[in-house]
Design a protein around this ligand. Structure first.
Ligand SMILES: Cc1cc2nc3c(=O)[nH]c(=O)nc-3n(C[C@H](O)[C@H](O)[C@H](O)COP(=O)(O)OP(=O)(O)OC[C@H]3O[C@@H](n4cnc5c(N)ncnc54)[C@H](O)[C@@H]3O)c2cc1C
Length: 478
């Protein structure tokens, strides 16, 4: 059990977000029980220090750091309280990960929709960022799967929230970045699937406009879509690439034992890149060659390689794959972020409304060219609006702009981000806060119009201001 004496400089640990741009000292604690959580809250209040919750720390930046204050790691809250394969309803603690859920439910024929790109993401983290997946244009964001939650407030009270009970706070906690209370239990509804396999197809596109057309053309027929775009290509072929599509398959031919084995394997992070190269030494060597120019060549090569495959008739229709292998691409490239060590990397993820999408997405790609901040590897997704107050949602397209920090001046990145945020807010879009570290308070207010409503609820439910984060102090707390 922690006590007041624990909070001295000796126990400060250096912690960062996933992108490892900055390490900051915090009191990182690992509670195991409700009693531990209450104890930590009391100590925080007595000592006037704040608390930031953490799942697996896979948010990219200062959303999961809390300089000189407390970080509560919730990954020991890992119990699955109940699972019904008849109804597809699961009751679990917040530290359970997508991988844990899939190991239990997939063989029973159930899946969690709106699944992000890493299976290590916890349910607490998924709810608090209201994450999206490659199916979010159909299924919406993760909050749509949540039936109800139990939340521990800083007053020590536990509230039950759902669409019927405490409905307003329910809508604020989903996407609420852990700023209102600690989610200690959630009840989720899963989706029935006919098998754990998907049929995948890749469709090449000559530029970003064709990519958008492909999304539109196949959106009813397919359950998942995500595109890769070459942001270095010339203006005529700007954003060329391909769209990966997938739909659930009825395939059941595989023997149950073998399926079980493949599922467990596909749910585990490998140490090999594409099952061939050992990741640690490969990234260590490649980091010396990783720069804007080499990524430009890589993007060009990758596009032409796919065109070549298509010309040989090898391309890529109706391939059968395990869902996990399709969805968790990061598992095939474990720890790819190490290529950016020791500087870390940045991802800006603008989400733009459908209206005037061609014009706005082109402007963003050209802005990146102007600042030489073209995305090293750019993923494009289609999204759907939802009801939650602060979530990263609207009917529109997002693109991930990944850039290196190495070799860039902070003021140049600041100028780029300011122009980008102007563009995004002018067209009614949003930047994903789970990955941000450059947002300003003025831009935030334009992108997230419910911010005042949210902050009022925070005053009401966390009146001592116990829950915080470095992101909160940077842009929300003024
Ligand atoms: C490889 C990779 C791929 C990704 N792909 C996607 C993607 O496709 N789509 C997408 O939307 N995001 C994606 N992300 C981002 C990721 O989904 C989110 O940042 C997610 O919230 C991280 O979950 P986590 O369990 O690591 O939680 P953390 O990052 O540790 O925490 C996230 C937030 O949840 C809060 N929190 C955690 N647990 C609780 C709790 N019990 N109670 C209250 N608050 C809590 C924290 O305070 C914080 O605000 C990706 C990240 C990585 C590293």
């Amino acid at each position: 059990m922690l006590n007041k004496e624990y909070f001295n400089d000796k126990n400060l640990k250096q912690v960062s977000g996933y992108a490892e741009t900055k390490y900051v000292p915090s009191y990182l604690v690992y509670p195991k029980s409700l009693e531990d959580l209450n104890n930590i809250i009391n100590i925080a209040i007595e000592n006037k220090i704040s608390i930031c919750c953490r799942g697996n720390g896979l948010s990219y930046a200062d959303l999961v750091t809390n300089k000189d204050n407390i970080l509560i790691d919730l990954t020991l809250f890992k119990n699955i309280k109940s699972w019904s394969k008849d109804t597809g309803i699961i009751d679990l603690e917040p530290g359970v990960s997508f991988g844990d859920v899939f190991n239990l439910t997939m063989l029973d024929g159930w899946i969690l929709p709106c699944c992000p790109g890493s299976m290590d993401i916890t349910i607490g983290g998924a709810i608090s960022n209201n994450v999206h997946g490659k199916d979010s244009y159909k299924m919406g964001n993760f909050g749509n799967n949540v039936i109800s939650m139990k939340v521990l407030l800083s007053s020590g009270k536990i509230i039950y929230v759902s669409r019927k009970e405490n409905a307003e706070i329910f809508k604020a906690i989903i996407g609420g970045m852990g700023l209102l209370g600690i989610i200690i239990e959630a009840k989720l509804k899963l989706k029935k699937i006919s098998s754990p396999f998907v049929e995948t197809s890749n469709v090449l596109s000559k530029n970003i406009y064709e990519t958008i057309e492909v999304f539109d053309k196949y959106k009813d027929e397919y359950d998942f879509s995500v595109a890769w775009a070459d942001c270095f290509s010339s203006e005529q072929s700007l954003g060329r690439g391909f769209v990966s599509l997938a739909k659930w398959s009825g395939e059941k031919k595989i023997e149950k034992k073998l399926l079980e084995k493949s599922l467990i394997k596909s749910n585990r992070k490998s140490n090999l890149i594409f099952n061939v190269l050992p990741s640690k030494p490969t990234w260590f060597i490649l980091k010396y060659f990783a720069n804007r120019q080499t990524f430009k060549y890589f993007n060009k090569f990758f596009y032409n390689y796919n065109v070549f495959k298509k010309s040989l008739g090898l391309n890529l229709e109706n391939k059968l794959e395990l869902f996990n292998n399709f969805n968790f691409l990061h598992n095939k490239m474990p720890d790819i972020k190490n290529i950016h060590k020791p500087y870390g990397f940045l991802e800006f993820q603008p989400l733009l409304p459908i209206k005037n999408i061609d014009r706005n997405i082109k402007e963003i790609l050209l802005l990146c060219k102007k600042f030489k901040t073209e995305s090293l590897l750019c993923g494009v997704k289609l999204h759907k609006a939802d009801e939650f107050f602060l979530s990263y949602q609207l009917d529109g397209f997002s693109l991930g702009i990944d850039i290196q920090i190495k070799g860039k001046k902070r003021e140049d990145i600041r100028s780029f981000s300011n122009d980008l945020f102007d563009l995004v807010s002018d067209c009614g879009g949003k930047i994903y806060l789970a990955k941000d570290e450059y947002m300003t308070n003025q831009h935030l207010k334009r992108m997230y119009p419910n911010i005042d409503l949210f902050l009022n609820l925070k005053k009401q439910y966390d009146n001592k201001g116990v829950f915080s984060s470095d992101l909160f102090k940077r842009i929300l707390n003024d």
